[in-house]
Design a protein around this ligand. Structure first.
Ligand code: ZN
Length: 177
């Protein structure tokens, strides 16, 4: 039975720690953390979530790209739970896109990210997988991976002029379909 966890808010020191690798995948606490991450991301309309955001300094993330009120243009992908994810390679090409974070409610920032990424991770069944992401899911992966390094999207802003309120972001979105 999955539980909806409380989300750590910017300023809490756990969001600035480097998360620890997960050694014992069969530990029931790890299994329930995975289920809770998926459920908490779904409940909060998140497109991704990292374990430190639910006060667990461990290397586990969820990528759950789907259209929602917060991300109307997100592509629909089945949610993926990743244990000990690694960034294998990144494309030279980058682009700027608006990001939000469940730990930084009410704000959006324009962040430059690599357009394509190669990633590897361990599944909940203990299998190692490799995947390639392009566009929005690649952005989500880089954002969530940053959480495991104690980094937030605000650290990657080129200028504070690229930080706007949610209301202003929604206004711009309506202007530019
Ligand atoms: Zn975040």
């Amino acid at each position: 039975m999955a539980h909806i966890r409380t989300i750590a808010q910017m300023g809490h020191p756990i969001l600035r720690q480097i998360s620890a690798s997960i050694a014992d995948l069969e530990n029931p606490a790890m299994v329930s953390l995975g289920a809770d991450l998926l459920e908490t991301a779904r409940h909060a309309n998140g497109v991704g979530l990292a374990a430190p955001q639910v006060f667990e300094s461990l290397r586990m993330i969820v990528i759950a790209s789907r259209p929602s009120v917060r991300y109307p243009h997100a592509p629909e992908l089945p949610p993926v739970l990743m244990i000990n994810p690694e960034l294998l390679w990144v494309s030279d090409e980058q682009d700027a896109g608006w990001e939000g974070c469940l730990s930084i409610p009410g704000l959006r920032g324009l962040v430059t990210r690599h357009i394509r990424t190669g990633v590897s991770y361990i599944t909940v069944d203990g299998k190692r997988r490799e995947s390639e992401y392009h566009g929005f899911p690649a952005r989500v992966f880089q954002h969530e991976f940053d959480h495991l390094q104690g980094k937030l999207f605000i650290d990657r802003l080129e200028s504070l002029n690229d930080l706007v309120t949610e209301q202003e972001y929604q206004r711009r979105l309506l202007e530019k379909p």
